[in-house]
Design a binder for this molecule. Structure first.
Ligand code: GLN
Length: 235
């Protein structure tokens, strides 16, 4: 058994994996390995329990409107535990449909309202005859880091007062095409419309999330100085 190990959950891996969002876990494992940290992943899907204390990182990928409805019907069984995990500063990456479902509600392209779990208070409106697609570039205001990704969504998300955008748009549409924001940060939850997947294209963000997860689990270790020695890659 390795001295350090991150236990991760992939929520609805079999339904929510648009453009290989699973690659986000591959990217984290790649960097964890360079630090001698073992990396274990469990799929948590329809009918499974989500244990709020079992994980050090959670990925919830994107899905199209149909899959999102299937998942929305199962999510209430996990909602309390997911909220507990988030409120306990659990690191979480929600991509596209995955972060839409953490919010209050979203509207399908035809306007049908689907309830989220209200773990956070953003909400998502629709675009009846249009989608936001293409390359996006943003600047994260806290770090000055630049993140690149590819968006493909009809939903237009509006973030709440206690959430801040993952970045300010340099190129592309982002959350809603109106307010200049892309994605969101709430506690240690990162939400984004970026496929690509986001952490393989943005090693700087992968390392930032890995550091958060390691510092939360092993606070006595100086992870920052180890992580600054690793070269972030863009695959
Ligand atoms: N169904 C959502 C939308 O189109 C999410 C799409 C996605 O996850 N790529 O807005």
């Amino acid at each position: 058994m390795a001295e350090f190990q991150l236990n991760t959950a992939h929520l609805y891996a079999d339904l929510m994996n648009t453009y290989g969002d699973y690659g986000n876990l591959v990217a984290l494992r790649y960097y964890a390995k360079q630090m001698g940290v073992a990396f274990q992943t469990t799929t948590v899907s329809i009918g499974d329990q989500f244990d709020a204390d079992a994980y050090d990182f959670v990925l919830f990928g994107g899905g199209q409107d149909y899959e999102e409805q299937v998942v929305a019907a199962d999510l209430p069984t996990k909602a309390t535990a997911i909220k507990q995990y988030i409120e306990a500063d659990g690191p979480f990456l929600g991509v596209c449909g995955g972060f839409q479902l953490l919010g209050e509600y979203f509207l399908l392209a035809d306007g049908t309202r689907v309830e989220g779990i209200s773990a956070m208070h953003h909400y998502t409106l629709n675009q009846p005859h249009s989608r936001f697609t293409g390359n996006v570039q943003i600047k994260n205001e806290e770090t000055g880091q630049i993140y690149n990704g590819f968006e493909n969504h009809q939903g237009r998300t509006f973030i709440a007062d206690d959430e801040r955008p993952l970045g300010t748009i340099i190129q592309g549409n982002g959350n809603n095409g109106e307010d200049g924001g892309e994605g969101l940060i709430y506690k240690n939850v990162f939400g984004t419309y970026f496929h690509g997947p986001v952490l393989t294209r943005n090693g700087n963000l992968a390392l930032r999330i890995l550091q958060i997860a390691l510092e939360r689990k092993y606070p006595a270790v100086d992870w920052a100085s180890q992580i600054t020695k690793i070269e972030p890659e863009s695959f």
